[in-house]
Design a protein around this ligand. Structure first.
Ligand code: G6P
Length: 481
């Protein structure tokens, strides 16, 4: 059996022109997670004997290079590119996906820009992914579609290939019906009916699945029973699969020589200081400014922490073409400058800010070298940084401060939970984290390690796949969650 994965973005981004084109790794939780599962398929450890990953290669590849890039990606990596023109990328990706769905589903209605043209491009782009799939789909393939870019695709496949098993997973929150209703009626119906083409629709949390079922009821007037929606000819299963991390892989990496030497050099550089770590893709949903404000307040209200603590802020560039992202970047630059200008001394820079992408080895070293991780998104589907931070601390030390608005909070119940909108709570959480005893850290982390080990990314993918195949065969699904 072959698994066909479809996501907007492939795990690589193509740069430059053939024959000298470069292939850089994509960022984000989706790609990181699925990549781990793909490696398991490649090493024969799943029920699949082969896979194919279909998606956009991240740039507008010149027409003369398209065949050569396709050959390279397919032969070397089993990746099949969907080439999207600059116009489609603008309207489908930047407009509808990232200026309508993304802010709306993350509860930022003020950031939403909305026009009917971009919805038509969204339909067109989904049809282009379908056309690429159609050319290579086999009847016994299992198709796994990812995320908000491709919500119309399940129904397209259902119509063209009714016998194929189709799974859909949403990596971002699903909002309440009141928020969902900001979309036009045609978009609401189109998206919900599009998703119902899948055999299984997966969400990270119970809350997201619940909101989705509410929308199905209120918008489409379809009832569900025990998370199953019965249609004329088949059932659709809606279930909860909280995405995990490659726990064993992160631990191995963290214990590796290379990671160890980077970690030791970071520890030496910051010896005598408590190190607070903040790592994100640049996004207004991540609460980066709220975090800087809380850190400033910590220094203001608790002067005893001045020259004793450093905030290491890593921000990976993302969606640079969108105004709201340029704006948040400017505000971060200003706040970092303001804090360092006001509190810094000859010997001490309070915020070390790096606007670039780090690889996993460097990140693991940073996680393990840090005393506290400040993971405080204003809204986040899951957040794998929180999980990676815990897993990298093989010594079971480190304090995780985690937003109540991140999906991960449902599993990482031993983290120090905060409301990311409340500066007071964030300051109190920082003081608590900086003064927490090693015993308490170990006690809290022990339980989180167990959870992360038990429900790894491979288990996550495995359970989704089993549920999809069993739903097709009308078999009940036994969950281990
Ligand atoms: C989030 C989304 C992913 C997306 C990633 C990076 O994690 O859930 O679907 O790939 O952000 O964003 P980008 O727009 O660069 O693909």
């Amino acid at each position: 059996m072959r698994l066909v994965i479809i996501s907007n973005r492939l795990p690589v981004i193509v740069h430059g022109e053939m024959p000298n084109a470069g292939f850089e790794r994509s960022i984000g939780g989706l790609v990181t997670g699925i990549d781990s599962y793909v490696k398991m398929i490649a090493s024969g450890k799943t029920r699949f004997d082969d896979y194919l990953w279909i998606g956009w290669p991240g740039t507008d590849v010149d027409e003369k290079d398209q065949n050569r890039v396709r050959r390279h990606l397919l032969d070397e990596h089993k990746l099949l590119p969907v080439y999207l023109s600059a116009e489609i990328i603008q309207e489908y990706y930047y407009e509808f996906c990232n200026r309508t769905i993304w802010p709306l589903f993350h509860y930022f209605p003020d950031h939403v820009s909305h026009n009917f043209r971009s919805w038509q491009y969204y339909e067109e782009a989904n049809a282009m992914f379908y056309a690429t799939l159609q050319q290579c789909l086999r009847p016994d393939d299992v198709v796994w579609i990812h995320d908000y870019h491709l919500m119309l695709l399940p129904q397209m496949i259902r119509r063209g290939f009714p016998e194929v098993s189709v799974s859909f997973f949403l990596h971002i929150p699903f909002p309440t019906t009141d928020i969902f209703r900001h979309l036009s009626r045609a978009e609401q119906v189109g998206i919900l009916e599009g998703l119902l083409g899948a055999d299984v629709i997966g969400f990270h949390t119970y809350g997201y699945a619940h909101e989705f079922l509410q929308c199905i009821l209120k918008v489409l007037k379809l009832k569900s029973d025990q998370h199953e929606i019965v249609l004329n000819d088949r059932k659709v299963k809606v279930d909860i699969f909280p995405m995990g991390i490659d726990y064993a892989g992160i631990r191995r990496l963290s214990l590796s020589k290379q990671c160890g030497s980077i970690r030791e050099s970071i520890r030496q550089d910051f010896s005598g200081y408590k190190l607070i770590l903040s790592v994100d893709r640049l996004d207004y949903t991540k609460g980066i400014l709220n975090r800087l404000i809380a850190f400033e307040q910590l220094l203001e209200q608790f002067p005893e922490w001045r020259e004793k603590v450093v905030l290491m802020m890593i921000v990976a560039p993302s969606r640079r073409e969108i105004g709201a992202y340029q704006q948040i970047k400017r505000s971060i630059d200003e706040w970092v400058g303001r804090i360092n200008g006001s509190y810094g001394t000859n010997k001490w820079v309070p915020v070390i800010y790096q606007y670039k992408q780090f690889n996993l080895t460097e990140l693991c070293a940073l996680y393990a070298a840090s005393d506290v991780a400040l993971v405080t998104p204003l809204r986040d589907g899951m957040n794998l940084i929180a999980k990676e931070f815990i897993a990298s601390h093989t010594d079971k030390k480190g304090v995780l401060i985690l937003s109540e608005m991140a999906g991960a909070i449902n599993e990482l119940v031993d983290a120090v939970a905060v409301n990311p909108y409340s500066t007071e709570e964030m300051v109190a959480a920082l003081v608590r984290a900086l003064t927490m005893s090693c015993e308490e850290q170990a006690f809290r982390n022990e339980r989180m390690h167990l959870r992360l080990k038990k429900y790894s990314v491979v288990k996550w993918a495995h359970e989704i796949m089993e549920a999809t195949i069993n739903n097709k065969n009308n078999k009940p699904v036994r969950s281990t969650r």
